[in-house]
Design a protein around this ligand. Structure first.
Ligand code: FAD
Length: 528
């Protein structure tokens, strides 16, 4: 097959006939094309007067060598094969702590290798988790073990399910194909900015779990990893707690994929004097605009075209105070969600369903926090700062998990007659100034940066846009240091993994890191 890229097509092109598009665009007689599939699709909205798609197609045709020579942007298609090694039957079972993207894909690879992994997940399965999250969003009653951070599928389950990533890795196409195999829409295989949406992601997570179990793996929910024992510098037993008490599992391979919110795990490792270090992270607020306003700003007169979904944006402003204000995890046609996991501490994040058709569009507005901004060189100083900010936000919101909100106009001292945007955060909101919970350098950077963003997207700094606090968990403030063999520098057999360990950021890169750790565990079991 050959891939031909950079093909321009109008928004109303008939995507049910890719061969037809290829024949017309590439001037190849239709009968010469045996097969044609879409391999890439992106929206080109650089000129608002001329919004269109740019696509790549993979075609199987007669005289491909000749076509390769005459067609522009053509190349031979290379399919990446991903193979899993098998471990000896009845080898000792590895343990995976955490069933987020990292833990899920580690479990899938280990189950495919015949290793019969045991997964410990402190939260519940996705159904009980959804019930706990709905309960919290309607009543403000937080379950600290079952929430938007903890439970089957990990932090990403209640998200927009964006699958974009900054890393390049041969495992990514396999991950996307597995997501489709487990129920995600095919389009994630070719869209330049694929997303699954929280409504579909919940089904995908379940199907992946069932596959792990069908291959001999086991997933224990409500099982909180709470300790371990070592022998001669190597892990030998893990302990976990569930409603029946504390239990132990003998194992010499543990993948620790507990995410950026497992602060009890960071504290446990710190108390054991394990090799941890501070890591840069970011804090800020979520900004919300009407979805239709963003669509218009990004697509001009094409906004609302049936072939276009809600528009996204990405902005970054480097400021004279040495700080950067940037947008992150944008959720077109989505909601601001309650992402708290600890009592008396409030955090927010964003989520969209696959349709991306909610009233507002939102994104995090973040300011980088470097280790130099921290109060001490304590490895957990970043986590302490997060906690402090979240406690202040909790109080500023009225101490009932309502979120503190203010308008951009109130922050910048600008006002207009327009209606302010209706905040989407539930269980509720309360007016409060960002200075009640954010450090001074963050407030200053918001004040300096938002008007600059308004120069890039006209109206982004509209006085009616609403700011909801606090976005404090965009990445892990701690790294659990590991060596080339991906094992902890402090304990052999322990594989710090994913976002919480400081080696990933986002669903896809966490899944890649989970696979890498699983491959290393397989080599350990095989005795490589
Ligand atoms: C609301 C929200 C929206 C997001 N949107 C996106 C998006 O659209 N696209 C994107 O790429 N990224 C998104 N992210 C980030 C993404 O979810 C994370 O980067 C990713 O989930 C990290 O994966 P992980 O497996 O390393 O950790 P996590 O997903 O955090 O999973 C860790 C798991 O470990 C479990 N655990 C923790 N402690 C213990 C313990 N002691 N014992 C047993 N189990 C434990 C937790 O319950 C959790 O299930 C979003 C995050 C949030 C919170």
């Amino acid at each position: 097959m050959i891939r031909v890229g950079n093909i321009r097509v109008p928004l109303d092109a008939d995507f049910s006939d890719i061969a037809g598009i290829a024949s017309k665009k590439l001037k190849i007689p239709r009968d010469k094309i045996k097969k044609a599939v879409l391999s890439k699709k992106s929206v080109d909205a650089r000129k608002k007067s001329d919004v269109h798609f740019i696509i790549s197609v993979d075609i199987e045709a007669k005289n491909e060598d000749k076509l390769l020579k005459i067609l522009k942007n053509a190349s031979a298609v290379k399919h990446e094969k991903y193979e899993v090694k098998f471990v000896p039957i009845d080898s000792e079972r590895p343990v995976i702590v955490g069933f987020g993207p990292a833990g899920m894909f580690a479990a899938l690879v280990l189950a495919m290798s015949g290793a019969r992994p045991i997964v410990l997940e402190r939260g519940g399965d996705v159904d009980s988790r959804c019930a706990a999250v709905d309960e919290f969003r309607s009543t403000g009653r937080l379950d600290t073990e079952n929430n938007i951070q903890f439970g089957e599928g990990g932090a990403g389950t209640f998200s927009d399910g964006k699958l974009t990533t900054g890393i390049k890795d041969r495992r990514i196409s396999w991950i996307l194909r597995k997501f489709v195999e487990f129920g995600a829409p095919d389009e994630i295989l070719y869209l330049a900015k694929p997303h699954i949406g929280t409504d579909k992601l919940r089904l995908v997570v379940k199907q992946l779990r069932e596959r792990v179990i069908s291959l001999g793996g086991e997933v224990r929910f409500g099982a909180r990893f709470c300790g371990f024992t070592e022998k001669n510098g190597h892990i030998s037993v893990v302990q976990y707690k569930d409603r029946n008490g504390v239990h132990s599992i003998d194992t010499s391979n543990v993948i620790l994929a507990t995410g950026h919110s497992a602060r009890d795990v960071f504290e446990m490792l710190y108390k054991k004097n394990y090799d941890l270090s501070q890591k840069n992270f970011a804090v800020g607020v979520r900004i919300e605009h009407p979805r239709k306003f963003i669509d218009k700003a990004m697509y001009g007169g094409f906004a609302g075209h049936p072939a276009l979904k809600a528009a996204d944006y990405k902005l970054a402003i480097h400021l004279p105070n040495g700080k950067t204000l940037y947008t992150f995890c944008m959720c077109p046609g989505g909601e601001v969600v309650a992402a708290s996991s600890e009592s008396g501490r409030l955090a927010v994040n964003g989520m969209s369903c696959f349709a991306r058709d909610a009233q507002n569009s939102n994104s995090a507005l973040l300011v980088n926090v470097d280790t130099s901004d921290l109060e001490s060189d304590h490895p957990l100083a970043g986590m302490f700062l997060q906690r402090d900010i979240e406690e202040k936000a909790f109080r500023a919101g009225g101490s009932d998990y309502s979120a503190p909100v203010m308008t951009v106009g109130e922050l910048l001292g600008t006002s207009d007659e327009g209606d302010s945007v209706e905040p989407s955060y539930r269980p509720g909101v309360k007016k409060a100034h960002v200075s009640e919970y954010l450090p001074g350098f963050v407030c200053d950077t918001l004040k300096l940066g938002i008007p600059e963003m308004g120069k890039k997207i006209k109206g982004f700094d509209s006085p009616s846009a609403v700011l909801t606090g606090v976005e404090s968990r965009s990445s892990s403030p701690v790294r659990i240091n590991r060596g080339e063999d991906l094992q902890s520098l402090s304990l052999k057999g322990l594989f710090p993994c994913g976002e919480g360990a400081g080696y990933a950021g986002g669903i896809v890169s966490a899944a890649v890191d989970g696979m890498k750790c699983a491959e290393c565990v397989i080599d350990e079991i095989i005795g490589k």
